[in-house]
Structures are given as structure tokens and as C-alpha cells.
Design a protein around this ligand. Sequence first.
Ligand SMILES: Cc1cc2nc3c(=O)[nH]c(=O)nc-3n(C[C@H](O)[C@H](O)[C@H](O)COP(=O)(O)O)c2cc1C
Length: 186
Amino acid sequence: MAMRVRIFNGTPRKNGNTAALTRRIAEEFGDRADVKEFFLYDMNIKGCRNCGICQGPKGDGTCSIKDDMTALYHEFLAADVVIIASPIYMWNFTACTKAFLDRLHCLFRDDGSLNLMLGKRIAVATTMGDDIYVAASAVNAVEFFCQYFECKYCGAIAIPYASKEQIARPLYRETIKDFVTSLENR
Ligand SMILES: Cc1cc2nc3c(=O)[nH]c(=O)nc-3n(C[C@H](O)[C@H](O)[C@H](O)COP(=O)(O)O)c2cc1C
């Protein structure tokens, strides 16, 4: 069965830079993978409200908030590779990307009795107006996330001074190819 790649993209611009990057990533996988992309900004995804239910005795890996995350949990869990995609806003991911990440907490119980994220392969794809250092905190957060939830951090691709032309440059064509190859070989 083809590798299932699920891209969770937090850009508000479907014709912008981050979508151009994820399109190139999907093209690079070609028919070797089943790639699906979800644009989080268009979806109804509330932030975690820390109700605590998922961490209490009734915690069963589901979230008490019933919104568009319900379908995304299935996609996340079924994925062989998850790509978190977002432009950098204020040295961080966009708000809907952060809400998505926060809501994954219910897949894990802090008492160690449940971890539906164990071994999940997760990578990051991001674009920014400035140089790549502006993505450091966001990328670092995903690395810490993977460490804590025992996922497998699979690297990041970051396009600085982003524009469609920049993403199409041979340098980034090669970088995207290497990124995809490394995801296929993990
Ligand atoms: C509200 C806002 C905040 C931003 N903050 C940063 C930033 O902190 N660092 C940076 O390099 N670029 C920043 N940018 C620029 C975007 O990251 C950049 O243009 C990105 O490629 C846009 O991606 P998109 O086309 O997918 O929207 C910001 C843009 C907006 C709209």
C-alpha cells in the first residue's frame, strides 16, 4: 500500500507561498504516496480549553470538543507521515496551526496509560519573509513535541525570503527532493 502522507497546512492563502511549497512536496512524492492536504484556516478548529477530560479517568484518546478536528484525528492517526505546514507569523506558526497541535494532546495521557502518537513520523514545512532563523522556535517546538509524545521527528524544510520564484529555484527544487527522499526512507 502506498505511504499515506497527510499535510496539515495552516496558511490562510491557498495560492500563497506555503501552499506552493506543499504542492511541490506532493508533486515530488508523485504516485509513490497517497498525499492529502488539509487547510486548517478554513476549518472550524477551536483551541484546547484544558477541560482535562482527556487526561482524566474517561480519557480515551478523543477530545470533548466536537468540531472539524474530529475528522482530522482520523487522518492524523492513519498517516504514515505527517507534515505540519505553516508560514511563520511573529516567529511562530499561525494560530490555526497552533490550535491543531494543541488539540493533539488528547491522543496521549500524561499518566502513561495511552499514547496514540507513539512512533508517528512528523516533519515540518514552513515559509517566511525573512531568513530561516525566524522559524527556530516553531521548529524547535515540534522537535520537543516529538520528544515528549515519543513521535519520530523527521526534519524540516524552511524557505527563507519566500516567494513563488524562490520556491521554484533549482536550489529549493533539490532541497524539496531531498526532504521527500528522506521521508520515504525513514
Ligand atoms: C501577520 C504576519 C506575521 C508575519 N511574521 C513573520 C515573521 O515573524 N518572520 C518572517 O520572516 N516573516 C513573517 N511574515 C511573512 C510570512 O511568513 C511570509 O510572507 C510567508 O511566506 C507567507 O506565507 P503564505 O503565502 O503561505 O501566507 C509574516 C506575515 C504575516 C501576514
